[in-house]
Design a protein around this ligand. Structure first.
Ligand SMILES: [Cu+2]
Length: 147
């Protein structure tokens, strides 16, 4: 009986925790669902402070590495081919890339809470856009979704 009560308590607390801190999955794909290549799906993601973003590479060639973050403390890099969870604890815009496929435009945008650093993020993108061999418009479409 006591064990049952304990199990019940544990399951209730894990449910309430997950309602405060959501988990979001971003897939890093060689071929996207609409035939795009070298793409994060979703490429634009809006989350709240404290949420977790799980990067799931389709194969060993992809990872996620921050390009621009609200704070230097918020920068991250995940291992190639490994499913990796990043907790976002700083509010603002994050730009990130797949390290091997950066110049192919494998770039994603995450908005955490409100976008107080939007102008800096757009300026950071401007300085990087010239390095993109392809998919530049796709990234600009993500940036246009910042609220
Ligand atoms: Cu990649």
């Amino acid at each position: 009986m006591r064990i049952l009560k304990l199990i019940l308590l544990v399951s209730i607390s894990s449910v309430s925790m997950s309602s405060f801190c959501a988990e979001h999955v971003v897939e890093a794909l060689t071929t996207g669902t609409n035939g795009d290549i070298m793409v994060f799906e979703p490429g634009f993601l809006k989350v709240e402070v404290g949420d977790t973003v799980v990067f799931k590479p389709s194969d060993a060639s992809h990872n996620a590495e921050s390009l621009f973050t609200p704070s230097p403390d918020a920068s991250f890099v995940t291992e190639l081919g490994k499913v990796s969870a990043i907790q976002v604890s700083h509010e603002g815009i994050y730009l990130y890339k797949c390290t091997p496929h950066f110049t192919l435009g494998m770039v994603g945008v995450i908005q955490v809470g409100s976008a107080g650093n939007k102008d800096q993020a757009l300026a950071a993108w401007d300085s990087m856009a010239a390095m993109m061999a392809m998919n530049k418009g796709r990234v600009e479409n993500y940036l246009a979704q910042i609220e």
